[in-house]
Design a protein around this ligand. Structure first.
Ligand SMILES: [Zn+2]
Length: 323
């Protein structure tokens, strides 16, 4: 426990050496009536006149202040009563880069600078979400509950876990960040947060498909570069890319049961925004995989490019150059 004595204003300009004369303390120079308990405490301090004055930090063994000793002192003396005994080391053990670890730390401390957070510190008077108009833009709203975020989550998790929209922010974040697929979860949160910032500060709106592509790309490079998988496991980034502006892209595939066997094919057409235009499928009777693939390409080329600059046709397993 720490007790502080209030000094009279006229005493605040005094230095310790003003009270230490002839190898002894002289409290008569003080206007403040110092209680005898404090006088005894001060008198018990041995002063070595041969040592020059210097600053001493009592929180470290050598008397020298450092940030880590200051943090430890605060942790032991001030924060014990207000902050629950939570360990944060799991954040620093995550196999992600430091800036994403710092992002996790902000989320777990409720310090993501959302409008709700900023309003609580009188940095803004608006708590609403710029993207959907919700009254309060909390960290949970930004990362999970905002419609813009939900449109991304449904692509990242085609089957949303049952409790995904039930937990509070810190429980929700830690639960999913520490799961086996935690890196993808963190990458998604980070992408959603970046989308939010780009919307506010650059007035740009990234469409969902671009965000999902970024998540796939960042996740693949993170896993590959930081080795969250075995050394023998080769990570290959697989993603669908938008066709050039004004073009449509047709993706087709075909296969057979038995090769040869009952065979079929199908395809989808999407525009330069990644939006679905049309789909098709068909049967080619008893055929080989190769014939099924060729049938898919043959059918795909029947779609003319009316209203577009051209068609970008690709098969999942086959290119014309292989034939
Ligand atoms: Zn919103």
């Amino acid at each position: 426990m720490y007790t502080f004595a209030m000094l009279c204003h006229s005493d605040t300009n005094l230095r310790l050496c003003d009270l230490f004369e002839n190898e002894a303390w002289n409290f008569n120079k003080l206007y403040t009536q110092l209680p005898s308990f404090y006088q005894d405490c001060i008198c018990s301090i041995t002063i070595d006149s041969d040592v020059d004055d210097k600053l001493i930090w009592s929180g470290s063994p050598n008397g020298i202040y450092s940030a880590s000793h200051g943090y430890r002192w605060l942790d032991q003396n001030l924060n014990q009563q207000t902050v629950p005994n939570t360990t944060w080391s799991w954040i620093w053990r995550l196999q992600i880069t430091e800036n994403w670890q710092h992002f996790c730390w902000l989320v777990m401390h409720g310090s993501l600078p959302t409008n709700s957070f900023r309003a609580s510190r009188h940095l803004t008077s608006n708590t609403y979400c710029h993207r959907c108009g919700a009254a309060v833009e909390s960290d949970l709203h930004t990362l999970r509950d905002c419609p813009r975020a939900m449109s991304i989550w449904k692509y990242v998790y085609p089957t949303i876990p049952n409790n995904f929209y039930m937990l509070d922010c810190q429980l929700w974040f830690k639960h999913h960040a520490t799961m086996e697929a935690g890196t993808k979860f963190i990458v998604t949160c980070f992408e959603i947060w970046r989308n939010r910032n780009e919307h506010i500060f650059q007035n740009t709106q990234k469409d969902t498909w671009n965000s999902v592509n970024n998540i796939i790309s960042y996740h693949a490079s993170m896993v590959y570069n930081l080795g969250t998988t075995s050394k023998h496991h080769v990570v290959r980034q697989v993603r669908w890319n938008l066709p050039p502006e004004g073009y449509i892209k047709i993706n087709v595939d075909g296969s057979s049961f038995g090769n040869p066997g009952n065979a079929g094919f199908g395809g989808v057409l999407r525009n330069d925004m990644g939006l679905w235009i049309q789909g098709f499928y068909g049967s080619c009777g008893r055929a080989s995989n190769l014939l099924a693939e060729l049938s898919a390409i043959w059918k795909g080329k029947d779609f003319n490019s009316h209203g577009t600059l051209g068609i970008n046709l690709s098969s999942w397993n086959l290119t014309l150059g292989q034939i």
